[in-house]
Design a protein around this ligand. Structure first.
Ligand SMILES: Cc1cc2nc3c(=O)[nH]c(=O)nc-3n(C[C@H](O)[C@H](O)[C@H](O)COP(=O)(O)O)c2cc1C
Length: 380
C-alpha cells in the first residue's frame, strides 16, 4: 500500500515526507521534484516568505544510484527561514486559522498550532506527489493543474489546446491559468485586494489523462476513488470544496443533460478508453467510484488567505479584551500555488489507486500486470 506522512513546522529546521510502499525499479528525477517545489513557491500574490526560501528536496533514503529499491523514501526540504526557537507567542488568534481552537484543544500556545497548521507543510506534500507522478508517468498518465478563478474573476482556459500546449500556456501565465492574455485583469484584482489590506481566494482545476479503466472500487465506501480524491484535496490548507466533473451544476440539471452517452470507436481500441467513447465527460472520469477511461477532472475551491493586513476583531487570550487579530507576514493570493499542491496531491492518490489495481514489488512486475489487464479488457 502506497502512503505518505509529512513532518515539520513552518519555521522549524526542515519539512519531510516519508513515502512508504513505493515499488522498486523506478528511476527518480530529483530535478523534476524540485521544479514542482519551485512552482509551489511562485505565482502572483505571494508574500515575502517565498523570496527567503529556495525549496529543493534531498532524498535521504530508499534509492540506490537514483533508482528506488522498495524501501521507504524520505524527502527532506530545508527551511532557510529557520527561526522557531526565537519566535514569540501570538497573543490574539487570527480568524480563519486554527489559532483559537488549537490553543484550547492542546491547552497550549497559538504558536505551537500555527507552525504545523501552516501551508508550508504542503511543500512536503508536493515532494511526495511529484515522486508519485514519476511512477504514473511510466504508464502514460499525465496530470495538469491550473487556475480557473481568482477573487470571483473567471479565467476560461483557451479552448482546443493539447496537454503540451496547455503546459506551455500555464508557464506563460503569472497566475498559472490556461490563458496568459487574461493575466492583467486578474493581477489588477489581486493588487486591489492588497491595497485595501485584504486577500483573495479562487478555484483550481486538475486534469488527469491516460487513466485506465477501473482505478478505485464501487464495492466499499473507503475504496471509492472520488471519495478518496475529495478527502485528500479537502485536507489541503484553505481548500473548502471539491467538485468532480460537472460537480454542483449537475444538481441543477435533468439527467439527460448530465450523464455521458456511451459510444464505440474501434479506431480508439488501443487508447485507455479501449474504444468506448463519450461525447461529454460530465462525470469527470469517475463513475461509481472507479475511473471510466476518461480523463479525471476535479476542481477545488480555496478560501481567501486568513491573515489580513487590516485584521478582523479578535480577543487577547490573556486579558480577554477586544482587539484586532495579530498579524504575521502573509500571502495576498496563493491560488496559483494551490493549483500545484492540488495537482500533486491528486497524483499521489491516483498512484495509490494504480498500485492497488496493478501493484507489485517492482516496476517491471507492475508493467507486466498492467499490459496483461489491458489485453484482457480489450477482449471484454
Ligand atoms: C499555498 C498556500 C499558502 C497559504 N499562505 C497563507 C498565508 O500566507 N497566510 C495565511 O494566513 N494563510 C495562508 N494559507 C492558508 C492557511 O494555511 C489555512 O487557511 C489555515 O491553515 C487554516 O486551515 P483551513 O483554512 O484549512 O481551515 C495558505 C494556504 C495555501 C494552500
Amino acid at each position: 500500500m502506497l502512503r505518505y506522512w509529512t513532518s515539520g513546522e513552518s519555521h522549524g529546521k526542515s519539512l519531510s515526507a516519508l513515502v512508504d510502499g513505493f515499488p522498486a525499479g523506478v528511476r527518480v528525477d530529483n530535478e523534476a521534484i524540485n521544479r514542482e517545489l519551485q512552482r509551489r513557491q511562485m505565482g502572483y500574490g505571494r508574500g515575502k516568505r517565498q523570496s527567503l526560501e529556495t525549496d529543493t528536496a534531498e532524498i535521504l533514503s530508499g534509492l540506490w544510484n537514483d533508482v528506488t529499491i522498495g524501501s521507504p523514501i524520505e524527502l527532506q526540504i530545508k527551511n532557510n527561514d529557520f527561526k522557531l526557537p526565537r519566535l514569540q507567542e501570538l497573543p490574539r488568534p487570527r480568524p480563519g486559522h486554527g489559532d483559537l481552537t488549537g490553543a484550547i484543544k492542546y491547552l497550549g500556545s497559538i504558536r505551537g498550532v500555527l507552525e504545523r497548521a501552516s501551508a508550508r507543510e504542503t511543500a512536503a506534500r508536493v515532494a511526495a506527489g511529484a515522486l508519485a507522478t514519476q511512477l504514473i508517468q511510466s504508464f502514460g498518465i499525465r496530470t495538469i493543474g491550473y487556475v480557473v478563478e481568482i477573487g470571483g474573476e473567471v479565467i476560461t482556459p483557451r479552448p482546443g489546446l493539447s496537454i503540451d500546449e496547455q503546459l506551455a500556456e500555464r508557464t506563460r501565465s503569472e497566475v498559472f491559468s490556461l490563458d496568459a492574455t487574461q493575466d492583467p485583469r486578474i493581477k489588477k484584482n489581486i493588487d486591489a485586494a492588497q491595497q485595501s489590506g485584504d486577500t483573495v481566494g479562487g478555484i483550481v482545476e486538475v486534469r488527469v489523462e491516460g487513466l485506465p479503466f477501473g482505478l478505485g472500487s464501487h464495492a466499499q465506501w473507503d475504496r471509492k476513488l472520488d471519495g478518496r480524491l475529495a478527502q485528500s484535496v479537502m485536507s489541503i490548507q484553505a481548500i473548502k470544496g471539491v467538485e468532480i466533473g460537472m460537480g454542483f451544476e449537475a444538481a441543477r440539471r435533468r439527467g439527460s443533460q448530465v450523464h455521458d452517452p456511451i459510444g464505440f470507436d474501434p479506431a480508439q481500441k488501443n487508447t485507455p478508453s479501449l474504444g468506448y467513447v463519450r461525447p461529454t465527460n460530465n462525470a469527470g472520469g469517475l463513475e461509481a467510484g472507479m475511473t471510466n477511461g476518461q480523463p479525471v477532472v476535479l476542481r477545488a475551491a480555496m478560501k481567501p488567505i486568513s491573515t489580513l493586513q487590516n485584521p478582523l476583531d479578535s480577543i487577547d487570550m490573556e486579558t480577554k479584551e477586544l482587539s484586532r487579530a495579530s498579524y504575521e507576514r502573509s500571502d495576498i493570493c496563493a491560488v496559483p500555488a494551490a493549483s500545484v499542491i492540488v495537482e500533486n496531491v491528486v497524483a499521489f492518490e491516483i498512484a495509490t489507486a494504480f498500485l492497488e489495481k496493478f501493484g507489485g514489488d517492482s516496476l517491471a512486475e507492475i508493467q507486466d500486470r498492467y499490459e496483461r489487464f489491458l489485453e484482457m479488457a480489450r477482449q471484454r
